[in-house]
Design a protein around this ligand. Structure first.
Ligand SMILES: [Mg+2]
Length: 93
């Protein structure tokens, strides 16, 4: 599963759960790939199985975490179990 295939899977799952899925990734600012908005907000960086986040991505993820946000990296191995569970937890009522 490539990062693009993971992105497509996450988008479809979010839509099915009525979660807003905003693709926001920026290699310049390191902003995470996705902001997912439901009963809570998740910031998620998507990576393929082997890739590592860049230093600027790690800085941005850390800053968001320190500011109190729910931040994580999702990889193909997290699909569907972990990812679907985290999405389901913020599904609008
Ligand atoms: Mg990415």
């Amino acid at each position: 599963m490539t990062e693009l295939e993971l992105l497509q899977a996450v988008r479809a799952a979010a839509k099915s759960l009525r979660i807003r899925c905003c693709y926001t990734g920026s290699p310049v600012t390191g902003f995470p790939d996705l902001v997912l908005i439901g009963r809570a907000v998740l910031f998620r960086e998507l990576e393929n199985g082997a890739s590592e986040v860049t230093s600027v991505q790690l800085e941005c993820l850390t800053e968001l975490h320190v500011a109190g946000h729910d931040v994580a990296i999702w990889r193909p191995a997290d699909w569907p179990g972990r990812i679907f569970a985290e999405l389901d937890a913020i599904r609008p009522l």
